[in-house]
Design a protein. Structure first.
Ligand code: GLN
Length: 544
């Protein structure tokens, strides 16, 4: 049976619980254990799919097509274990299931209550599909004391009883702030937070204390005494230079050992962490640097493009260069008076990421034109590929009115809903005018690549699986016109209906992909497209 590690947070939010969970899982994995990480989100949305990236950061998509919390991206990047739908649940989804059961009459007249019905559903979720694992790490979103997280706290309290002390570990992540006037790190917020937790019936076994300077022995002993844990289980968690240094730092601080000891497992030999030291060594000693411009809409919030940001860093690791990302607001490029060339000329590569809606689209199209005409490496992802096709249609294929039906009715739907351009007999893959939630092409689909294409060289294969999250598709009926304009449809869905990749053979590096390759990139296994794109940026940097 798998052992369960429950991770809660206290004092303030944004303490890096997700990163802690991911790092601990990586450390346990390095010790030879099979791990899986799950996230419980207390909010009432059924999934984060319909939330603005400004609210909750990027929506992370799994192979099996779930729209999940961005923490699942960290989990996957740190462990290499593909996340699944069953690894993320929200209060909204739990209630949706319970209410559906209630309406069906499944409760046989019983009063449906938070305890036991909601807590049972949470427990079921935590334990599902865990037979083949050694450790299941469950991160509870939010902070102790939140009203919304109470049913989750109660469920994990019960789980300790159900599974037994020997099979469960509670980790609480807190903040130990430095008070300048006193010249001291303060332990009181941690004490109060642990008191809140114990009032819910949860005694933590390990405390992870975030601090911006080393935690002196005296403070550690004090926290141990007041919070009822061994001193060795009070883990100092200093800010790290890079997120990929976090596993090494937690190992040095004794986190994995403390967790194993709490399960009465003798930690034994040090885990092999060479994978992580290699990454940190490369990040710390770049042999050059490049600047990539990302022309998007949600550029004010780094979390909105979390995986993209990381995938670019991974591309840098692959090429031993530091990647500076310049976030550019596409809307600025639409304003008269903006000197687009002046903004884009210093860049070694341009990327237009995924996005929704018309705002900023003309600015994105202008940056495609710049990249195409000036031979600057261009990478279009999802909406970025669609914009590249519209740009190509307008400026190289003579279709002045080219647009996407996402932005309203158009005479030239170079991009549109598949239902709008499939023939009568064609498959109706999606309903028009349906709900916004859960109506996209989501998850992993395969694509066949043309044997002589740039992308097949990059992948070293002609069959790929990549993750999708979009409603609209490039309209295959415009293929001929676009190909005459120099764009090649080098990746197609196996049935030949859905364009998956376009490229420009007469350009140093111009690729648009309908999927999201950033979701599968890992620091120890950079995605080939990102490695190649950053390689192209390095070559470009030698020219300018
Ligand atoms: N808005 C576009 C669509 O739905 C692109 C989506 C995306 O970039 N993820 O097709």
């Amino acid at each position: 049976m798998a052992r369960f590690i429950f991770i809660t947070g206290g004092v303030v939010s944004s303490l890096g619980k997700g990163l802690m969970a991911a790092s601990l899982a990586a450390l346990l994995q390095a010790r030879g254990y099979r791990v899986r990480i799950r996230k419980f989100d207390p909010y009432l949305n059924v999934d984060p799919g319909t939330m603005s990236p400004y609210q909750h950061g990027e929506v992370y998509v799994t192979d099996d097509g779930a729209e999940t919390d961005l923490d699942l991206g960290h989990y996957e990047r740190f462990t290499g274990v593909p996340s699944r739908q069953s690894d993320n649940v929200t209060s909204g989804r739990i209630y949706q299931q319970i209410i559906a059961k209630e309406r069906r009459g499944d409760y046989l007249g019983a009063t449906v209550q938070v305890i036991p019905h909601v807590t049972d559903a949470i427990k079921e979720f935590a334990r599902a599909e865990t037979d083949d694992l050694d450790f299941v790490l469950c991160e509870i979103g939010g902070t102790v004391g939140d009203i919304e997280s109470l049913p989750f706290m109660e469920a994990i309290r019960q789980l300790r009883n159900d599974l037994g002390r020997a099979n469960t570990c509670f980790i609480h992540v807190t903040l130990v702030p430095y008070i300048a006037a006193a010249g001291e790190l303060k332990t009181k917020p941690t004490q109060h937070s642990v008191r809140d937790l114990t009032s819910l019936g949860i005694q933590p076994d390990v405390l992870v204390c975030r601090c911006d300077r080393p935690l002196p022995d005296g403070e550690r002993a004090k926290i141990a005494l007041f919070c009822n844990v061994p001193t060795s289980a009070v883990i100092e968690a200093l800010d790290a230079k890079s997120i990929y240094a976090v596993p090494l730092q937690y190992n040095a601080a004794g986190l994995d050992e403390a967790v194993l000891r709490s399960f009465a497992i003798e930690p034994g030999a040090m885990p092999d962490l060479s994978r992580w030291s290699r990454i940190v060594e490369r990040l710390d000693n770049p042999e050059g640097e490049v600047t990539v411009g990302v022309v998007g809409k949600y550029v004010g919030l780094a979390d909105a493009y979390k995986s993209l940001n990381e995938a670019l860093v991974h591309g840098g690791i692959a090429n031993r260069v530091k990647v500076n990302i310049r976030w550019l607001d596409a809307e600025l490029f639409e304003q008269t008076g903006t000197d687009i060339a002046a903004e884009l000329e210093p860049l070694h590569a341009i990327l237009v990421p995924g996005g929704f809606g018309e705002r900023g689209s003309e600015g994105k199209i202008k940056s495609v034109t710049f990249a195409r005409e000036r031979n600057v490496p261009y990478f279009g992802i999802c909406l970025g590929m669609q914009m590249a096709c519209i740009e190509g249609a307008r400026n190289t294929a003579g279709i002045a009115g080219a647009s996407t039906t996402e932005f309203g009715p158009t005479e030239e739907p170079v991009v549109g809903l598949i239902t709008e351009w499939m023939t009568e007999e064609g498959l109706q893959k999606r309903e028009e005018g349906g709900d916004l939630g859960g109506t996209m092409r989501l998850g992993a689909y395969n694509a066949s690549l043309a044997g002589n294409s740039h992308v097949s060289t990059i992948y070293g294969s002609t069959e790929i699986w990549e993750r999708h999250r979009h409603r609209y598709e490039v309209n295959v009926h415009y293929r001929e016109a676009l190909e005459k304009g120099g764009m090649v449809f080098s990746g197609m869905s196996p049935d030949g209906e859905l364009p998956e990749i376009v490229e420009r053979p007469d350009h140093p590096w111009f690729i648009g992909v309908q999927f999201h390759p950033e979701l599968k990139s890992k620091p120890f296994d950079p995605h080939p497209l990102f490695a190649s794109f950053i390689g192209a940026a390095v070559r470009q940097s030698r020219l300018v």
